[in-house]
Design a protein around this ligand. Sequence first.
Ligand code: SF4
Length: 369
Amino acid sequence: MLTLDRKDNTHPIADAQLAAGGGRIVELTGDTDWRQAKAAIAGAVRVDIRFPKFNDGRGFTLATQLRQRVGYTGKLRAVGDLIPDQAQHLIRVGFDDVEPDRKGFDADWARARTRFAHAYQPGQGNVTPLFRHRHKRPEDDLAALNARYRDLSPQDILRDAIENEWIGKIAIMSSFGAEAAVGLHMISQIDPATPVIFLDTGRLFAQTEQYQRQLTDQFGLSNIRLLKPDAEAVAEEDSDERLWRRDPDACCSLRKVRPLDAIIGDYDALITGRKRFHGGGRMSLPVVERINGRIRINPLANWDAAAIEDYFRRFDLPRHPLTDMGYASIGCWTCTAPVQAEGDIRSGRWLGQTKTECGIHTPAQVAAE
Ligand code: SF4
């Protein structure tokens, strides 16, 4: 086995399980339909894709589909009749290592995997394709993007972003909160395989978890990317489970910001569900912004409460179970209360504190709702 050294190919949990002789390994062939593969690889710590001939490209396609459409983030190994000249392409579609049938070419594989520093097309890992280096497109300019999207509906903005502007490098962040069904339903009408980033802080309401399952099933969302805080960091920094009370900013950093930071390099653009009518710092929210070099799209920025309600009714969307109890903005159960009298829609968040955003809404990060 030869490591391909993708920049992001660290799988310490899978490696530990495999080293201990445990963990399920699934082998697929290149003709496997990615939809069937999704069920087959559930719970696997490593997926092997077999190449019967070096000129059979189907394994490359399947690898791309597993990474981009299924959202598989575990170990991916290429097995079979492969030659060193294919090393770069294996890396670009997301393989972590290779087990070639032809032995004795280790030095050639090592040279081949670093032969080219650049790539022409977008791919896995953090290599910026050459066209992005060479050309500063008008679309890269925020003012041009905002002007282009200014008069478009949220649905048209999303369609352009997903199908044209950031193909395969875009995801939506969702809290599966009170208004989340609107954006998620729009996404499902365009491409239900669009990655949905869901931050499971370990402090979510049971109703939110149930609502997440309900919307996922009902809308046919096939690529939920569930992010959890690092277990060791939680044990070390929040051993008494009271960090949210002692230092909520540190708690949000531990349970939201850092898990998001760990995967943010996978995408060039992230969609959020924020709206101006939420008040506070969101009142001047643009449709498109750039945070830390990455695009954030807020397609619902211009919509008000009436437009959201109208969309819910038009498509008969299910409501979050807590909205009936007065919760209009829903985060962790420890830090969320019903909307306060005379308060704005987010007045129940971090009640009694000066904190108004969870920390991923700062200039360093931006998240949905
Ligand atoms: Fe912690 Fe509260 Fe932030 Fe949730 S909202 S991550 S419990 S501080």
